[in-house]
Write a new protein. Structure first.
Length: 296
C-alpha cells in the first residue's frame, strides 16, 4: 500500500476514524465489553492486513526478528494498552471527560520529547498547540467555564490518562521502529497486541461479561477493526513518519471536533456556536504549527 497523499490528510482521516471509535465505544458499552472490543477489533484488523502484508512479512522477516524488542514494546503500548485502557475508561466516564483528557496527548508528547530527547518547539508551534487546546476546552466546556470547573476525575478518567501516556510514548518512539515495510510492521505489532490482550479477554469473557449478540454489536466490531485499527494505524504511522511526532500529535485535537459533529449526525445532538468556535481554534492551531513545513 503506497500512500502518495498528504500526511496531513492521513492524520486528519485517522482522527475522524478514531472519533467514531469513541462514539461506538461509549454508545455500545452495555453490549460490547471493553477488552472484547479491543481484542476483536485487532483480530479483524489482522484479517484485513494479512493478504496485504504477507509479501513484506516474508521479505522483511530478518528485520522483524532482529527488532523484536521494539516490536514487543510497540505492540504492548499501541495495540494492547492504548485501546484496552480507553475502552475500560469509557465504561465509567463521560465522553466529554475522556475527549478532554485524550487531548493532552500532544502536550504529553512534547513533554516526553523535552525530558528524554532534549527537543524544543519553535514559538509558532507552541502558539499553535495552545490555540488548538483552547479550542478543545471550548468544546468540552460547552462555552461555559462553570462546566469545565465542574468536571472531576473518576476511575474511568484515570484509565484514560494511562492510555494517554501509552499512546504518547508509542508515537514518540515510532521513529525508532524496525525498518520493515509499514504493513509488515503493523501486522507484527497487531499480532503482539492480540496475544497480549488474549489472557485478559478470556478472563473477562468467562468471569465477567460477554458480548451481547446484536446487529449493533457486530457492526461496532467491524467498524472498530476496519477503520480505527486497520486504516487508522496505517495512516497514523505514515503521517508520523513524514511530519514527526510533535506535529502529528497536534492532530489529536481534531478528535473532539469530529466527535461533536458525529454525535450531531448519529446521536441527534445539537451543534452550538461554541462548537464552531472550538473547531475553528483547533484548525487554526494546526495551521500555525504546520505552516513552516508546508511553505518549505
Amino acid at each position: 500500500m503506497n500512500l502518495r497523499v498528504s500526511p496531513y490528510l492521513l492524520l486528519t482521516l485517522t482522527n475522524l476514524f478514531w472519533a467514531g471509535n469513541w462514539i461506538v465505544g461509549r454508545g455500545m458499552r452495555d453490549e460490547v465489553p471493553p477488552v472484547a472490543l479491543s481484542f476483536w477489533r485487532w483480530v479483524i484488523a489482522l484479517a484485513c492486513l494479512l493478504p496485504l502484508a504477507w509479501p513484506y512479512l516474508k521479505r522483511d522477516r530478518a528485520i522483524l526478528l532482529a527488532g523484536w524488542r521494539w516490536l514487543l514494546l510497540f505492540g504492548i503500548l499501541g495495540t494492547c494498552l492504548y485501546n484496552a485502557l480507553t475502552y475500560i475508561g469509557l465504561q465509567q466516564t463521560e465522553a466529554i471527560n475522556g475527549l478532554l483528557l485524550n487531548s493532552f496527548i500532544p502536550i504529553v508528547i512534547v513533554l516526553l520529547a523535552w525530558l528524554f530527547q532534549g527537543k524544543r518547539l519553535r514559538r509558532i508551534e507552541t502558539v499553535g498547540i495552545v490555540m488548538s487546546f483552547i479550542g478543545v476546552v471550548a468544546i468540552v466546556a460547552r462555552g461555559d467555564l462553570s462546566t469545565l470547573l465542574a468536571l472531576s476525575l473518576n476511575i474511568g478518567d484515570i484509565w484514560i490518562l494511562l492510555s494517554v501516556f501509552a499512546w504518547a510514548t508509542y508515537t514518540l518512539l515510532l521513529p525508532h521502529r524496525p525498518a520493515a515495510h509499514p504493513l509488515a510492521f503493523l501486522f507484527a505489532i497487531a499480532l503482539i497486541g492480540v496475544l497480549a490482550t488474549l489472557p485478559f479477554y478470556l478472563l473477562e469473557h468467562f468471569t465477567m461479561r460477554q458480548i451481547t449478540p446484536s446487529t449493533g454489536a457486530w457492526l461496532t466490531l467491524a467498524y472498530a477493526g476496519i477503520f480505527p485499527a486497520f486504516l487508522g494505524f496505517i495512516f497514523w504511522n505514515k503521517g508520523v513518519e513524514q511530519v514527526g511526532a510533535a506535529q502529528a500529535g497536534l492532530f489529536i485535537h481534531l478528535m473532539p471536533a469530529f466527535g461533536i459533529v458525529l454525535a450531531a449526525v448519529f446521536l441527534d445532538e445539537r451543534l452550538m456556536s461554541f462548537h464552531f468556535i472550538g473547531i475553528a481554534l483547533i484548525f487554526g492551531g494546526i495551521f500555525l504549527t504546520t505552516l513552516k513545513r508546508r511553505l518549505a
